[in-house]
Design a protein around this ligand. Structure first.
Ligand SMILES: [Zn+2]
Length: 242
C-alpha cells in the first residue's frame, strides 16, 4: 500500500474516533404499486417497504434536518450521537402520500425539486403533461417546519455537461422561482450527483451548499454533503455507519 493511502486510512480512523458519521439519505418516488409509465425501477419504493425502512433507520439514528446536519458538520466538537437526514429528489408528487407518515414519525425531509417541472411538464415526456411531478400549488401548500425545499437544477440536467453559463443560469432560475417558498433553503443537490470544479465554484460564490450523491457518510464538512440512495433498488447494498 502506498504511503498516501496508509496516511488516508489513518486520518479516516482518527476522524471516526472523534466524529460519528452523519448519514444523509435520498429517496425518489414512493407509491403503493409500480407504474412503468411514471416510475423507473431504480428510483422507486413500494410504500410499506419504504415506511419499514424509515422505521428501521429511526431505531438506529436520530433524524435531524439537513440544515442542522450542516451546522453540526462545521463544528469542531466531538460528536457521539448517531444522526441521519432524509432528502427526496426530483419532486415526484408521490412524496405527498408519505409526508403524513414522515410527520407522524417526526422525520424532517428536504425536497430537491426542478422548478420547470412544477408546471406539470417534463423533458422526459417531451414537455407534454407529466402528472407524476408535484405542482407549484402543492409545493407552496407545504410550508410546514419539518419540510424544507432545495434546488435540483431548473431542469434535470447533468451539470457537468452544461457550460458554466448554462449552469449559472439554471441556478439563478432555481433561486428566482424557489426563494419565495417559506421553507426554501440554499442547498443544491446535483442531478445524478455529478459536479466539477466550475459548478462547485459557482455554488460557493452564491453561498449555496452543494449536496452530492456519492454514497459516503459525513464526518466533517468538506466540499459538500454526501448522500446514499435508499430506494428499494439500492437498499440491500447499503452500508450504514451504525
Ligand atoms: Zn434527480
Amino acid at each position: 500500500m502506498r504511503y498516501s493511502a496508509i496516511a488516508k486510512k489513518i486520518s479516516r480512523r482518527l476522524l471516526r474516533l472523534r466524529y460519528r458519521p452523519i448519514e444523509v439519505f435520498v429517496f425518489h418516488a414512493v407509491s403503493d404499486c409500480f407504474d412503468e409509465r411514471r416510475n423507473k425501477r431504480v428510483d422507486w419504493s413500494q410504500r410499506e417497504v419504504f415506511e419499514s425502512h424509515i422505521r428501521w433507520l429511526k431505531e438506529r439514528y436520530e433524524f435531524i434536518s439537513l440544515e442542522e446536519a450542516y451546522s453540526k458538520l462545521r463544528r469542531q466538537w466531538c460528536r457521539r450521537q448517531r444522526y441521519a437526514v432524509l432528502t427526496c429528489d426530483d419532486g415526484y408528487a408521490s412524496v405527498l402520500e408519505v409526508l403524513p407518515f414522515l410527520e407522524r414519525e417526526e422525520v424532517p425531509v428536504t425536497l430537491f425539486v426542478n422548478p420547470k417541472y412544477l408546471d406539470g411538464v417534463s423533458r422526459r415526456e417531451g414537455y407534454a403533461e407529466a402528472p407524476q411531478y408535484i405542482t407549484r400549488e402543492q409545493l407552496w401548500s407545504l410550508h410546514r417546519p419539518w419540510v424544507t425545499v432545495g434546488m435540483h437544477g431548473y431542469e434535470h440536467d447533468d451539470a457537468t455537461t452544461q457550460s458554466q453559463q448554462q449552469f449559472q443560469e439554471s441556478v439563478d432560475r432555481c433561486i428566482e422561482l424557489l426563494t419565495s417558498h417559506p421553507s426554501y433553503i440554499p442547498y443544491f443537490a446535483y442531478t445524478w450527483g455529478r459536479y466539477n470544479d466550475d459548478t462547485q465554484r459557482i455554488l460557493e460564490e452564491k453561498g449555496i451548499v452543494p449536496v452530492l450523491t456519492d454514497g459516503e457518510p459525513n464526518y466533517r464538512y468538506r466540499q459538500g454533503i454526501g448522500r446514499k440512495p435508499i430506494d428499494s433498488y439500492y437498499w440491500k447494498r447499503l452500508k450504514f455507519g451504525v
